[in-house]
Ligand binder design. Structure first.
Ligand code: MIG
Length: 711
């Protein structure tokens, strides 16, 4: 075993010869420290921790089950899981970082391994946390610190800065699997405009392609794609096409032919390109583990950037597999064998299960191989890196094709991929419990480095109600990625597809999102620059056991606390304030503020309101409403200041597009409260800022003051 130090105080234990998981970017410096007794290695490896009465375990990123993972079991193994029910132990991401905390101390661990890992966190035995790693070669990073937040910052430094989207990525996006063609999508855009609901664009699902072939555009359904894309973009609207991992096997299709010629596809045991079936029918999977393949695949994104596209979503890259040739053949043979027979119940169910288990059967992963630095690895061994490398390929390609930032999200991910793109959290459903999971998952995704992220607002599968969409938006207007997306054949989910009440409520919320963009964008950038989470559990900052257990209230940035309603039929909810805060209640016509004392409260929270909390000594900036980010000028800025002796706020006011972030242009607002007066200073006011409307909140009430910028 070798031991290293990474950065400041992250220790790294190397067992055997780990396969790089693409996660750590900071240098490993050899150092000597004692062997952890917790590790046991036989063909598989086991790490054991004992859990005390008050031990909590936070982390594992994209997983169900809330913030404190104790009492459950989970798996790191990227999976196309279409049904996120409570019993599911893995989803699309493999995020092997967690923090164990008890009264005395907190320690963070990252298991650096690209294959299957199982986490039994006090599930089998209440006082035992057992990690089973499916191999002998792996790394284990250990980080100590006084608070989880400090440990997480250290961890984020070792894995490198998260991907930064363009500012327009903070807009609202409408999406639907099932928008048939250009005409239908244009109608969606027009209807948003008629209702004066802002948006920054539309995600294009499978149907824009010809026969599900990556990097093609159906001329039949999208007759003038280039001109349309460009004219939308002039208005500040972006189209974001989907790219799937599988490449259709079809003579004459350039990606297929060049892929075969260049040896770019993952191979079977005989060394032939492996055949699986997904949307296009039979496909080969690009072997993203080869550098030359990453470069090769990344070049194709140019076919679409040439047409004006500046954003993509990479889907099915766990990779998802409907069936493979061998298994389908076996299943069909079995069915034929059953023909005409009087099947007993076991045979019948075996037959039935054989077919339903074809979908995403994990044994396929042993049948194809990746080439990694000249070595052949089964997909199973390095499974969690597939989506990671696909997204790296896209990122590097897009960085060559475009001279500014672009939007890129992926479904499958592992830690390290956060440097190349964001993630959406996959095929959730229009269930209240999934809104709640969305809330709880956000901070855990941040822990794993994924900052540009969000769930399908309103839910992907199932039928959404107007009430659910409104309540969901009351949360997701704070998530960097804000996309309303729904599945084929589900109830229409655009804000105007429900009743008048829902339209009014959702329109109001989406417009408010645009007023929040200066704040959200800055909060994102600060989190990136300071290696801090954007969404934070109360547990990471407040020591009382009571606050540690609250998972449906989150801190956002340094300023806010949010406490969304995640249940049907509510007109209020309990909110626990860990300190005195200003409650801001938005209604159609503006907002009201009120200072609320520390402790538990039952607060009215009507559907047509939005309630957030501002911490003392902090400010909330609110910009203008605009129909999209391009049109956001923010000549006038409202600044609500909950005064302490002084308060300061920093806004990132760069152009939102440059890769160098124009040296991070920032505007700094500061206020000093002295002898009943509020002394204001604005440093480096951004271009176009004319008026700042201050509202100073103190125990004496609200004082308003207008500040004009002389230019
Ligand atoms: O097998 O492209 O998660 O967002 O709409 C389903 C169709 C494939 C899964 C994605 C979803 C997308 C859908 N895709």
């Amino acid at each position: 075993m070798n031991t290293y130090i990474i950065g400041e105080q992250a220790k790294y234990y190397e067992f055997g010869k780990p396969i790089s998981s693409n996660a750590i970017v900071e240098m490993k410096v050899p150092a000597v420290f004692p062997l952890e007794e917790i590790v046991k290695i036989e063909r598989r490896s086991e790490i054991q921790f004992s859990l005390k009465e008050d031990t909590r375990v936070y982390g594992l990123g994209e997983n169900l089950g809330g913030i404190n993972k104790r009492g459950g079991r989970y798996e790191s193994y990227c999976r196309d899981e279409a049904n996120h029910t409570e019993d599911k132990i893995n989803l699309y991401g493999a995020h092997n970082f967690f923090v164990i905390e008890d009264k005395e101390k907190a320690i963070g661990y990252f298991v650096d391994f690209p294959g299957r890992i199982h986490f039994d966190i006090g599930f089998t035995n209440d006082d035992e946390f057992i990690i089973t790693i499916n191999g002998e070669n792996f790394g284990l990073m250990k980080i100590e610190g006084s608070m989880p937040s400090e440990i997480i910052t250290k961890f984020l430094k070792t894995i490198g800065k998260p991907y930064i989207p363009p500012k327009w990525g903070f807009g609202y996006f409408q999406s639907r699997w099932g928008y048939r063609d250009q005409k239908e999508i244009q109608e969606v855009v027009d209807t948003f405009q008629q209702h004066e609901i802002p948006m920054d664009g539309i995600y294009l699902d499978l149907d824009y392609m010809v026969d599900f072939k990556n990097f093609t555009v159906s001329r039949e359904r999208f007759p003038d794609f280039e001109d349309w894309t460009k004219s939308l973009k002039e208005k500040g609207l972006y189209l974001i096409p989907i790219i799937d991992a599988g490449v259709k096997i079809e003579e004459g299709y350039n990606v297929y032919e060049e892929g075969v010629k260049g040896d770019h596809f993952a191979v079977n045991q005989e060394g032939e390109p492996y055949v699986a079936a997904v949307w296009p029918g039979k496909v080969h999977f690009p072997d993203f583990f080869q550098e030359k393949t990453r470069r090769w695949f990344g070049e194709y994104y140019r076919d679409l950037t040439k047409m004006g596209i500046e954003g993509f979503w990479n889907d099915m890259n766990e990779p998802a597999i409907f069936y493979d040739e061998k298994s389908l053949e076996e299943a069909v043979d079995m069915a034929i064998d059953c023909r005409g027979k009087n099947l007993n119940v076991h045979k019948f169910f075996h037959l039935k299960d054989t077919f339903s288990n074809l979908l995403n059967d994990e044994k396929y992963h042993q049948r194809f191989y990746h080439r990694m630095d000249g070595e052949k690895k089964t997909n199973e061994e390095v499974h969690n890196l597939y989506g990671n490398y696909m997204t790296q390929s896209a990122y590097e390609g897009l960085s060559r094709h475009l001279d500014h930032r672009f939007l890129l999200i992926s479904r499958a991910s592992s830690i390290g991929m956060h440097r190349y793109g964001g993630i959406w959290t996959g095929d959730n459903a229009s269930w209240w419990s999934h809104l709640e999971e969305n809330v709880k998952m956000m901070p855990l995704l941040n822990m794993a480095g994924f900052f540009y992220t969000g769930a399908d607002t309103g839910g992907f599968g199932g039928q959404c109600s107007g009430e659910l969409l409104t309540r969901w938006l009351q949360f997701s207007i704070f998530t960097p990625l804000l996309r309303n997306h729904s599945a084929l054949d589900t109830r229409a989910q655009e804000p105007y597809a429900f009743d008048k009440r829902t339209l009014e409520e959702t329109k109001h919320l989406i417009r408010l999102r645009y007023r929040l963009i200066p704040y959200l964008y800055s909060t994102y950038m600060k989190a990136v620059d300071k290696y801090e989470m954007m969404f934070k559990p109360l547990a990471f900052f407040y020591k009382e056991a009571h606050y540690k257990e609250i998972e449906d209230q989150l801190l956002l940035g340094d300023e806010l606390m949010i406490a969304p309603v995640v249940e049907r039929g509510k007109t209020g909810r309990r909110v626990d304030l860990p300190e005195e805060m200003a409650k801001i209640e938005f209604a159609d016509s503006g907002y009201t503020v009120e200072i609320v004392k520390e402790g538990p409260h039952y607060l009215a929270y009507q559907r047509d309101r939005l309630i957030i909390f501002l911490k003392k000594g902090h400010m909330l900036p609110l910009g203008d409403v605009a129909m999209n980010v391009k049109e956001l000028k923010n000549e006038k800025l409202d600044l609500l200041v909950y005064m302490d002796e002084n308060a300061e706020h920093l806004l990132y006011t760069d152009d939102g597009l440059s890769i160098d972030r124009n040296d991070q242009v920032k505007t700094i607002f500061s206020v000093i409260h002295r002898e009943g007066d509020f002394l204001v200073d604005i440093k480096n006011p951004y271009k176009g800022l004319k008026v700042v409307n201050f509202s100073f909140l103190t125990n004496e009430g609200l004082v308003k003051k207008t500040h004009r910028i002389n230019s």
